[in-house]
Design a protein around this ligand. Structure first.
Ligand code: IPM
Ligand code: MN
Length: 346
């Protein structure tokens, strides 16, 4: 019989609440013969305040034993900015080489968008996850003086760019529209931008069926609002990808439904799946958070592990639930989770 050995990191704020619903739906959708094992970890603000630790080598070793990781949200106002971001989330993405940060955007029927009309939105952003300005390659001199200088170097390696570009081409090839857009800023960032563009054009030769285009990141923010239907797969660097995926979430139903995967395609390390939203301390503990983004992240997790039919069932359940939502009274976090679990068990 099969087994799924999951590390669960509820984290802070609403992370606890949404992860509980994600697990509910996961249990409901898994076939009988799959033995689900979960182990919960207490990372986040609690662990930090109790021990001063964010993520130790021993923690990484423990996490590495799992097939995948489900994360709620990490972050709390009681912890100085940057401590958990760098010390936990980015540390984990880097340690497990999560170089494909996958962020799909799909505007489902009945879901409100701030955009005029009901545009067709169905694209996926492949955000590079281990390089760019996120590597911590920088420093400050003359700190605190009027002449302080701060650098934050964007690191781009041919190896790192090529592997994520290849992943994006493969995803584009597998989709009906077969279109891939490179988003960068090669008119100004001429070193990194040209590395990306050259590698993109080289790999494109191996994918004659994939239509390619290049768009500067500033223009991309316009098109994401004025012509979102233009996009199918987007590949971009870590920081541009961070920014445009928040915009993408905002136009396609909001961060309440935006899912993501931090993926190591080789399987050398477990991949981690998490809602794009944060810990939302302002509404934590009130049963107000929408667990849909976490439930959709569970679908990405299942697809990554080869449970395609189960992933599709979750996505269909979410589409059906969101389609009805306009006509439903406001529901709590647990009520939405129950409704989705009911539908996938169906
Ligand atoms: C995200 C977040 C993180 C990022 C932060 C919290 C480090 O904004 O997952 O998009 O910038 O990647
Ligand atoms: Mn972000």
């Amino acid at each position: 019989s099969r087994s799924l050995n999951l590390a669960v990191i509820p984290g802070d704020g609403i992370g606890q609440e949404v992860v509980a619903e994600g697990l509910k739906v996961l249990s409901a959708v898994l076939p009988q013969d799959v033995k689900l094992e979960t182990k919960e970890y207490d990372f986040g603000a609690r662990r930090y305040h109790a021990t001063g630790e964010t993520l130790t080598d021993a923690d990484l070793e423990a996490l590495q034993q799992h097939d995948a990781i489900l994360l709620g949200a990490i972050g709390d106002p009681s912890v100085p900015s940057g401590v958990l971001e760098r010390g936990f989330l980015l540390k984990l993405r880097f340690a497990f080489d999560h170089h494909v940060n996958l962020r799909p955007s799909k505007l489902l029927p009945g879901v409100a968008t701030p955009l005029a009309g009901q545009p067709e939105i169905d694209f996926v952003v492949v955000r590079e996850g281990t390089e760019g300005p996120y590597t911590g390659n920088g420093g400050t001199i003359r700190k605190g003086t009027p002449h302080e200088v701060a650098t934050e170097v964007s690191v781009n390696t041919a190896y790192g760019v090529e592997r994520v570009v290849r992943d994006a081409f493969a995803r584009a090839q597998a989709r009906p529209r077969k279109k891939l857009t490179l988003v960068h800023k090669n008119n100004v960032l001429t070193f990194a931008g040209h590395l990306w563009t050259d590698i993109f054009n080289k790999v494109a030769e191996e994918y004659p069926e994939v239509t390619t285009e290049y768009i500067h990141v500033d223009a991309a923010t316009i098109f994401l609002v004025t012509q979102p239907e233009r996009f199918d797969v987007i590949v971009t660097d870590n920081l541009f990808g961070d920014i445009i995926t928040d915009l993408a979430a905002a136009v396609s139903g909001g961060i309440g439904v935006a899912a993501s995967g931090n993926i190591n395609p080789s399987g050398d390390f477990p991949s981690m799946f998490e809602p794009v939203h944060g810990s939302a301390p302002d509404i934590a503990g009130q049963g107000k958070a929408d667990p849909t983004a976490t439930v959709l992240s569970v679908a990405l997790l299942l697809r990554h592990l080869g449970y395609e039919a189960e992933a599709a069932r979750i996505e269909e359940a979410v589409a059906a639930d969101l389609g009805e939502r306009g006509g439903l009274p406001a529901r709590s976090t647990a009520q939405i989770g129950d409704a989705l679990a009911g539908r996938v068990a169906g």
